[in-house]
Design a protein around this ligand. Sequence first.
Ligand code: CTP
Length: 398
Amino acid sequence: MFSGKKILIGISGSIAAYKTILLVRRLVKAGAEVKLVMTPAAKEFVSPLVLETLSKNKVYTGLAEGAEWANHVMLGRWADVMVMAPLSCNTLAKMAHGICDNLLLAVYLSATCPVILAPAMDEDMWKHPATQNNLKTLAAYGNKLIPVNNGELASGLYGDGRMAEPEEIVLFLEENIFRKDILKGKKAVVTAGPTYEAIDPVRFIGNHSSGKMGFAIAEDLYRQGADVTIVTGPVQIQTRYKGIDVIRVQSAKQMFHICESKLAIADICVMAAAVADYTPVSPATQKIKKQEGGLTIELEQTNDILRFAGANKKAGQFLAGFALETEHEKENAIKKLKSKNADCIILNSLRNSQAGFGVDTNEVTILDRWGGETLISLADKKEVAAQIVSYIISKMNA
Ligand code: CTP
């Protein structure tokens, strides 16, 4: 997502400047090209040498250094986005009033790209009406604010005013600046994780699905611009994006009911959940006590969500299912493709111990209704998800 992106970071005088070192490292590792401009006060808090080394670029601190003039106009125009992190109370106030008494302010005033603000200051300064009014002015100029955090401040007091953490700034950029619009306006529903079918109040029938594959697909659909809902069974993981709607359920029945309404308005449906095929007919209302002999639990079939989606597929909707087969893999997957009226079945490989449940990697073959067969070789689930999503986009645009 950051590969080849040009990010200009402005640092002003604040203790939080130490976090910018980590931000630069994180962005450079993700493939971004990072340039930095510092106010004279910022040099008291963090060394330009550290930032130059990490960014692999010259750090600009003054309008004229030696015989060289720093071209503030070109710096502002070079960037895809400018991030003011940390943004001190003083620099924030100057930006709001168009003051231009250092290089960073000159670059800000000549920047034509989006500008993101990550303020850092003490709580009393943050809450002062002057600062709040300055923020309103900057918002009216189109600058976007990453809210401050609450916690321990440089003064030793606790309150609002901590600069957002580097990872929060990275996420903000992902969601608000670099999200693509290939799937803009499209709605996607992804099921993920296992389902738990209650036997009694403390026991259930479940499976080992971690939800990682479904979440990775949902996140990639979101990165491509889709509005995404994940309907997930009980899993430990969270999505990294605030904009993804996560609906958590327990049982196959609950998952079916949520999907029933969501599928009707979805453009893309990916059924990645390992939904239980059977559920106890009458779960005990009290814990089942151990008795002599064995125990028989009567099970009934659950609703098949993928089959329901296939039977009610609307024009232009893309429907993907998954399959995990232990024998006659392709033959069985193709049977599922046809009987459930899916557009494709993503067949998990069981031959590779590094693929499938509980591991971070996967290897799949996509079998589709047009007779196509696409192999996605062993890779991190996020990479596999990205390839599945680009396959879906190619079929939707075909
Ligand atoms: N699926 C579903 N609802 C169910 C059962 C399965 O939506 N109640 C979906 C899964 O999310 C997956 C696909 O159907 O996308 C195939 O699931 P799988 O368990 O492999 O197939 P089944 O149809 O249940 O057949 P079997 O277990 O006999 O292989």
